[in-house]
Design a protein around this ligand. Structure first.
Ligand code: PEP
Ligand code: MN
Length: 342
């Protein structure tokens, strides 16, 4: 918060503002300017301190302008919620100290194909099984997913193998049926600002895995999370999956790894990185996955397929079973270096 005094504000008026800040247990920083004084508060101001201070300052004279430098989201902010959120899942958790892998094919293509992929995911040590039943495809002529049948397949395979499950829900009216079949609701990048969907997912009480929109700012991303939290659902996992690239001829998106430490600075919510959609190219997935560990991600979402060239969606970014298992082995060696074991 910065309080800009009027030109010619008296020393008593400046003193009264500084005193009001001190009364909140904060230290004012008086910044003399050419024609006016500004008073800053360098320390983090808690929301209740700010509310109180704003009402005290409203009754003082000599103030020209008050700038609140704090962010527009509240429930998602670290300022408001000092403990980092740990999202509990049936067989694992997502948060600091541990590392969570969400692995599986882009789409659920059939029972046998999905079970084969899930066995690899399980054996490689991943904790959450992914796969789309409702697919957001750019073209209406592309494979759209197996819908409810896909949900039943996911539920049965997840149960058999003891893996937590995640799938995308694309519309508010499907939240109920998706929540009945899987453990985590994925809200895809294209739906990040589908507000009725966010609200319905919030109401479901299920953990929500929220993907960042390809052109969403950090504030927009965290405000989308705020919609879910605001429904009394504290279990939100943020996912960086790449933003609009400058040059689409090399990668599908640009994986914004710098947003991971930024999100950690401003929010208490866990952050997962998806290098599969983030690059769109299978051979770039492993290097970016390893980089994500080093910048502080709490987990990774990785697409794999037992036969990528036959995949019905996103085959070019899918790791083969061997590549997936090899990457898991490398990650197991890397994560203890940043204090995470799984
Ligand atoms: C997906 O996870 O398969 C997907 C469609 O992701 P995104 O929303 O990031 O494009
Ligand atoms: Mn995909």
């Amino acid at each position: 918060m910065i309080i800009v005094m009027q030109v010619g504000a008296s020393p008593e008026e400046i003193q009264a503002v500084a005193d009001a800040i001190r009364e909140q247990g904060l230290e004012p920083l008086v910044l003399p300017g050419e024609d006016r004084v500004a008073i800053g508060i360098p320390a983090a101001v808690q929301p209740d301190q700010r509310d109180h201070l704003e009402s005290v300052l409203a009754n003082l004279t000599g103030i020209n302008k008050i700038t609140v430098t704090s962010r527009p989201y509240k429930l998602a902010s670290l300022e408001y919620h000092r403990d980092r959120t740990v999202v509990e899942l049936p067989n694992t958790k997502v948060g600091p100290e541990t590392f969570t892998i969400f692995g599986g094919p882009c789409s659920i293509e059939g029972y046998d194909e999905f079970r084969e992929a899930a066995l690899v995911v399980k054996q490689a040590g991943a904790q959450v099984l992914r796969g789309g039943a409702f697919k957001p495809r750019t073209s209406p002529y592309s494979f759209q997913g197996l819908a409810e049948e896909g949900l039943r397949i996911m539920q049965s395979v997840g149960k058999e193998l003891g893996l937590a499950t995640i799938t995308e829900v694309m519309s508010a009216d499907k939240v109920g049926v998706v929540a009945e079949h899987v453990d985590i609701l994925q809200i895809g990048a294209r739906s990040m600002q589908n507000f009725p969907l966010l609200i319905e997912a919030g109401k479901s009480g299920k953990p929500v895995f929220l993907k960042r929109g390809p052109s969403a700012s950090v504030d927009e991303f965290l405000l989308a999370a705020e919609y879910v939290l605001n429904q009394g659902n504290p279990n939100v996992i943020l996912c960086e999956r790449g933003v609009m690239p400058i040059d689409k001829s090399y990668t599908r998106n640009t994986l914004d790894l710098s947003v991971v430490p930024v999100l950690k600075d401003y929010s208490h919510l866990p952050v997962v990185v998806d290098p599969s959609h983030g690059t769109g190219v299978a051979k770039y997935v492993a290097p970016m996955a390893k980089a994500a560990v080093m910048v502080g991600a709490d987990g990774l979402m990785i697409e794999m397929h037992p036969s990528p060239k036959h995949a019905l969606s996103d085959g070019s970014q899918a790791l083969t079973s061997d590549q997936f298992s090899a990457l898991m082995g490398d990650l197991k060696k890397l994560t203890p270096l940043v204090g995470r074991t799984w």
